[in-house]
Unconditional design. Sequence first.
Length: 182
Amino acid sequence: MRGAARWLARGAAAVGGVVSLALAGWLVWLVPGPQLSAVLGFGPVDGVVLITECHDSHDVDGNVSGTDCTGSYASRGADEPARGILLQSAAEKYPSGTAVEVRTARGRAYELSSSAVLDFGTVAGLLLVPFLTLSAWLFACARHARLENAEGYLFAGLGGLIAVLVLSFVTAFLVGLVTAVL
Protein backbone atom coordinates (compact mmCIF):
# COMPACT_ATOMS: atom_id res chain seq x y z
CA MET A 1 0.00 0.00 0.00
CA ARG A 2 2.81 2.38 0.85
CA GLY A 3 4.44 1.86 -2.56
CA ALA A 4 1.21 2.75 -4.36
CA ALA A 5 0.84 5.96 -2.33
CA ARG A 6 4.43 6.88 -3.15
CA TRP A 7 3.87 6.20 -6.83
CA LEU A 8 0.67 8.28 -6.75
CA ALA A 9 2.45 11.19 -4.99
CA ARG A 10 5.26 11.12 -7.56
CA GLY A 11 2.79 11.09 -10.44
CA ALA A 12 0.72 13.93 -8.99
CA ALA A 13 3.80 16.10 -8.41
CA ALA A 14 5.15 15.37 -11.91
CA VAL A 15 1.79 16.18 -13.51
CA GLY A 16 1.63 19.39 -11.45
CA GLY A 17 5.07 20.38 -12.72
CA VAL A 18 4.12 19.74 -16.32
CA VAL A 19 0.84 21.63 -15.93
CA SER A 20 2.71 24.55 -14.36
CA LEU A 21 5.15 24.67 -17.29
CA ALA A 22 2.32 24.47 -19.82
CA LEU A 23 0.43 27.25 -18.03
CA ALA A 24 3.57 29.42 -18.01
CA GLY A 25 4.09 28.95 -21.73
CA TRP A 26 0.45 29.67 -22.47
CA LEU A 27 0.43 32.84 -20.35
CA VAL A 28 3.64 34.15 -21.91
CA TRP A 29 2.24 33.57 -25.39
CA LEU A 30 -1.12 35.06 -24.41
CA VAL A 31 0.14 38.24 -22.74
CA PRO A 32 3.51 39.53 -24.07
CA GLY A 33 4.54 36.83 -26.58
CA PRO A 34 3.42 38.22 -29.94
CA GLN A 35 4.46 41.75 -29.04
CA LEU A 36 7.87 40.61 -27.76
CA SER A 37 8.56 38.62 -30.93
CA ALA A 38 7.54 41.63 -33.05
CA VAL A 39 9.69 44.00 -31.01
CA LEU A 40 12.71 41.70 -31.19
CA GLY A 41 12.33 41.44 -34.96
CA PHE A 42 11.51 37.74 -35.34
CA GLY A 43 10.15 37.02 -38.77
CA PRO A 44 9.99 39.21 -41.84
CA VAL A 45 8.89 42.82 -41.81
CA ASP A 46 5.09 42.98 -42.17
CA GLY A 47 4.85 46.42 -43.71
CA VAL A 48 5.58 50.12 -43.48
CA VAL A 49 3.98 52.84 -41.37
CA LEU A 50 3.95 56.33 -42.84
CA ILE A 51 4.08 58.46 -39.70
CA THR A 52 1.43 61.14 -39.22
CA GLU A 53 2.38 62.25 -35.72
CA CYS A 54 4.28 61.08 -32.65
CA HIS A 55 3.43 61.80 -29.03
CA ASP A 56 4.53 60.77 -25.53
CA SER A 57 2.75 57.75 -24.13
CA HIS A 58 1.83 57.72 -20.47
CA ASP A 59 1.50 54.92 -17.93
CA VAL A 60 -1.41 54.57 -15.51
CA ASP A 61 0.19 57.06 -13.10
CA GLY A 62 0.54 59.71 -15.80
CA ASN A 63 4.32 59.34 -16.17
CA VAL A 64 5.85 59.42 -19.65
CA SER A 65 6.60 55.82 -20.61
CA GLY A 66 7.82 56.18 -24.18
CA THR A 67 6.75 57.37 -27.59
CA ASP A 68 3.76 56.27 -29.64
CA CYS A 69 3.20 57.28 -33.23
CA THR A 70 0.11 57.16 -35.40
CA GLY A 71 0.17 56.73 -39.12
CA SER A 72 -0.98 54.87 -42.19
CA TYR A 73 0.03 51.22 -42.41
CA ALA A 74 0.70 49.59 -45.76
CA SER A 75 1.19 45.83 -45.67
CA ARG A 76 3.88 44.14 -47.74
CA GLY A 77 1.07 42.15 -49.33
CA ALA A 78 -0.45 44.29 -52.06
CA ASP A 79 -3.91 42.86 -51.46
CA GLU A 80 -4.60 44.86 -48.27
CA PRO A 81 -5.62 48.54 -48.39
CA ALA A 82 -3.71 51.05 -46.26
CA ARG A 83 -5.22 51.64 -42.80
CA GLY A 84 -4.54 53.70 -39.72
CA ILE A 85 -2.38 52.09 -37.03
CA LEU A 86 -0.54 52.89 -33.80
CA LEU A 87 3.22 52.37 -33.72
CA GLN A 88 3.57 51.51 -30.05
CA SER A 89 6.83 52.16 -28.18
CA ALA A 90 8.58 53.78 -31.11
CA ALA A 91 12.36 54.03 -31.01
CA GLU A 92 12.22 57.82 -31.43
CA LYS A 93 9.88 60.70 -32.22
CA TYR A 94 9.73 60.58 -35.98
CA PRO A 95 8.88 63.65 -38.06
CA SER A 96 5.64 63.52 -40.03
CA GLY A 97 6.06 61.69 -43.33
CA THR A 98 8.75 59.26 -42.15
CA ALA A 99 8.37 55.67 -43.36
CA VAL A 100 9.17 53.05 -40.69
CA GLU A 101 9.39 49.29 -41.33
CA VAL A 102 7.36 47.43 -38.71
CA ARG A 103 6.10 44.08 -37.57
CA THR A 104 2.52 43.81 -36.38
CA ALA A 105 0.96 42.03 -33.42
CA ARG A 106 -2.59 42.28 -32.14
CA GLY A 107 -3.53 45.21 -34.35
CA ARG A 108 -0.55 47.41 -33.48
CA ALA A 109 2.78 48.05 -35.13
CA TYR A 110 6.14 47.51 -33.42
CA GLU A 111 9.75 48.19 -34.26
CA LEU A 112 13.00 47.42 -32.50
CA SER A 113 13.12 49.85 -29.57
CA SER A 114 14.74 49.68 -26.17
CA SER A 115 11.65 50.77 -24.23
CA ALA A 116 9.48 48.10 -25.88
CA VAL A 117 12.08 45.37 -25.26
CA LEU A 118 12.30 46.46 -21.63
CA ASP A 119 8.52 46.43 -21.19
CA PHE A 120 7.67 43.16 -22.91
CA GLY A 121 10.84 41.33 -21.83
CA THR A 122 10.21 42.20 -18.19
CA VAL A 123 6.59 41.08 -18.36
CA ALA A 124 7.57 37.78 -19.99
CA GLY A 125 10.28 37.11 -17.41
CA LEU A 126 8.11 38.06 -14.46
CA LEU A 127 5.45 35.66 -15.71
CA LEU A 128 7.88 32.81 -16.31
CA VAL A 129 9.99 32.81 -13.15
CA PRO A 130 7.26 31.95 -10.59
CA PHE A 131 5.96 29.10 -12.74
CA LEU A 132 9.46 27.76 -13.38
CA THR A 133 10.19 27.89 -9.66
CA LEU A 134 6.97 26.05 -8.84
CA SER A 135 7.70 23.43 -11.51
CA ALA A 136 11.23 22.89 -10.21
CA TRP A 137 9.89 22.35 -6.69
CA LEU A 138 7.17 19.98 -7.90
CA PHE A 139 9.67 17.96 -9.94
CA ALA A 140 11.92 17.72 -6.87
CA CYS A 141 8.94 16.47 -4.86
CA ALA A 142 8.23 13.92 -7.60
CA ARG A 143 11.86 12.78 -7.68
CA HIS A 144 11.98 12.14 -3.93
CA ALA A 145 8.29 11.14 -3.49
CA ARG A 146 7.85 13.52 -0.58
CA LEU A 147 7.35 17.23 0.02
CA GLU A 148 10.64 19.01 -0.35
CA ASN A 149 11.64 22.07 1.64
CA ALA A 150 10.59 24.96 -0.57
CA GLU A 151 12.85 27.57 1.06
CA GLY A 152 15.69 27.14 -1.43
CA TYR A 153 13.27 27.27 -4.34
CA LEU A 154 11.73 30.44 -2.97
CA PHE A 155 15.14 32.13 -2.77
CA ALA A 156 16.02 30.85 -6.26
CA GLY A 157 12.75 32.32 -7.54
CA LEU A 158 13.52 35.68 -5.94
CA GLY A 159 16.98 35.57 -7.48
CA GLY A 160 15.37 34.74 -10.81
CA LEU A 161 13.08 37.77 -10.56
CA ILE A 162 16.09 40.01 -9.89
CA ALA A 163 17.94 38.37 -12.80
CA VAL A 164 14.96 39.06 -15.08
CA LEU A 165 15.05 42.75 -14.20
CA VAL A 166 18.81 42.99 -14.73
CA LEU A 167 18.63 41.04 -18.01
CA SER A 168 15.77 43.24 -19.24
CA PHE A 169 17.73 46.42 -18.54
CA VAL A 170 20.90 45.05 -20.15
CA THR A 171 18.97 43.89 -23.23
CA ALA A 172 17.19 47.24 -23.50
CA PHE A 173 20.54 49.03 -23.24
CA LEU A 174 22.05 46.85 -26.00
CA VAL A 175 19.00 47.37 -28.23
CA GLY A 176 19.32 51.11 -27.61
CA LEU A 177 22.96 50.96 -28.72
CA VAL A 178 22.10 48.96 -31.84
CA THR A 179 19.29 51.29 -32.85
CA ALA A 180 21.50 54.34 -32.23
CA VAL A 181 24.25 52.94 -34.46
CA LEU A 182 21.90 51.82 -37.25
